[in-house]
Structure formats: C-alpha cells, structure tokens
Design a protein around this ligand. Sequence first.
Ligand code: SF4
Ligand code: SF4
Length: 368
Amino acid sequence: MANALEQIKVNSWSRAVPMAALFELTFVCNHACTFCYNCPTGQKEMTTAEAFDALRKMAEFNILYLTLTGGEPLVRRDFFEIAAEARRLGFALRIYTNGFLIDEPMAAKIKQIANPLEIEISLHGARPETHEKLTCVPGSLQKVINAVRNLRAQGIKVNLKVPVTRDNQEEVLDMHRLAIDLGATIVFDPVITPRDDGDKDPVNLMATDDFLRRYWTDPAYAGARREPVPVPRHDAPGEAVCGTGRTAFALDPYGNIFPCVQWRRSAGNIKTVASLRDIWHTSPVLIEVRRTAVEMADKLRDTQQAGKAGGFCNFCLGVADLQLGDPKAIYPQIQKNAEFRQQAYEEWKAKTGETLEDTGGVLSKCAM
Ligand code: SF4
Ligand code: SF4
C-alpha cells in the first residue's frame, strides 16, 4: 500500500505532471575532472534576475523538489541569494557539489539558508592519489571528507556518488567503509556515460569485466550495491521505461529546458516561455521522448521474454541517443552490466529456489 507521498508520485507519473526539476546554475567549476560531462558553449549564463524568474516559473508550475547543481553551484557568487529565493518560494532543495568549498562556516550557512533535504558529493576514490587523479586538484579528497564531516555536524544528510571506473574499482569497498565512518550514504554507478557533447572518451574508463562480474555476483559487494540481489525490472504494458519528460525536467545555465538531465534535447528556453504550462503538454520534443520511453519499455520486456538480459537493464534513453544516435539502442556498458546482473540473479535463484521481482513499480525507475 503506497503512502501519501508515494501516491502523489505515482499520480505525477501517470499524468505526466512533474514534481521535480534540476537547475544547473553554472558550468564554471573549481575542479578540472578528466571526464567532466559538462560542455559549456560560451553563451552567457543566467543572471541573478533571470535565475529568480526561472524559479518563479517553476514555482508557478507547482514544482516541489529542486536540485541546485553545476558545474560547481557554490562558485556562483549569488548562490545563497538563489537558494534563499528558492526556499522563499517553497521548494525542497537538494544540492549537488564537489564539496571543495564546504568548510565549517559554509556548512552552517548552507544549513541556515538552504536547509537542504540532502547534499550529494562526488567521490572518485578512497585514496588521495585516486580521487585527485580524476579531479586534478591536490587535496580534494581531504576536502570532500571535511565537507561531509562539516555537513553532518549541521545535521545535513549527505550522499556520496561514485562513478566506478577501472581506476577506482579496487577501492569500492574502502569507499563504502569511508562513507559509513562519515555517516553518509553512498551510491556506486558502474555505468560510465559519454560527455554531454557525445565525446565517448569517458567510456574507455569503464570498470573491467572481471570487476563488474565481482561487483554484481560477489557477496562481499552486497553492502555496496543498492540491491543485495539484482532484481529484474518490471514495466507494465504502456508504462514508460523512465520518467524523462514526465516527472521532472532539467535546466542548463543558459535556460534550456531538457526532458531530464541526461537527454539534452531542448524543449524551449525558460527565459522566453511565459509559463512552463505553455510547453509541457505541447512541446514536440517532450511528446516524443515520452512516447519513446513507453516504446523502450516494450522492447526491454520483449528481450526479457526472450530470455535475454533486457530485464536487467537500468536503461537510459539519453545515453543511448548520445552514444549510438538511437535512444532505443542497447549500449555496451548497459548490456555488460545487465548480463552480470542477470547472472547474479540466476545464481541466487538456483541457490535459494526463490524468485524475486521488482515490486516498486514506477517509484523504482529513474525520474531524472
Ligand atoms: S566537479 Fe563536476 S562539474 Fe566540476 S569538473 Fe568535476 S565533473 Fe565537472
Ligand atoms: S533513465 Fe536517462 S533518459 Fe530516463 S529519466 Fe533517467 S537520465 Fe533521463
């Protein structure tokens, strides 16, 4: 039985009425990560007044959850003005940051002004040399650790996010222990994606097959995985594979409105649309991505019925489109992970004689 909030989320999904938005405040950053996904174009980023106007339009569109991100959002000199305005308008905030600037006074200011539901910080290794090989900033791992401590001291929930690569794969268990020691949660993502401009270089850093097999099948990694046993996905007929263009949307620093953070097909610009309502149900881009998301769920169901690993794909239409030029093409990273996920599930099934299925419905799908 869904609780009230879950029921609201299910309704948001079925009626394609978004509850959440992600706002990239800037592409400027104080790190120089070797596989940064951002691709600034040199256009002028939104001014404070334009950012306030975007917040107003999102509030009028009844957006409840707002994620402030970048680049590095805290390098914007008006970050706290924007955060204060967002709170005044009633948004529940999340902040994605690299944590570099979060000393004790900054953590206290974040608590006082933004009072976020959660802060997400990127982590790239348990050892300084591993983390800093990626960020190219000496001392950046210690800064992350300090940031988590300072935020936790303010009672702010912190989630660490780790893209798993062949450089940090052998530190996954240490990173998991580090997160527990710091009082943070941690999420590992073993699917590396291309840059937002389609550059596939980051994909070459994908974890090795040997590691992926261990990650999905070895009980030693059960605590680090979000799911102790990978569960086959369940897409009811007519249901979308994910919430792109449906439950949330993303804004870049120039004001472009995207169906989600990964599928960057502009549906308009928030600076020029009078109201988000004007485009949400009429934009050809949004109509098409919603339809494609439903078609893809059908395709994955067919592959699952054929005994293939499709049912174990945490598929992203945006990555498929970026990498292969076809949002419904199964890309190698997701195929590889799906095969090992299926293997882990089959081994568990043979051992226990039990079966599992995803009963989370739309609530367990990517909504951003
Ligand atoms: S911290 Fe994020 S935005 Fe900054 S360079 Fe690294 S990946 Fe890019
Ligand atoms: S799975 Fe990919 S395309 Fe779908 S909502 Fe998530 S990020 Fe967007």
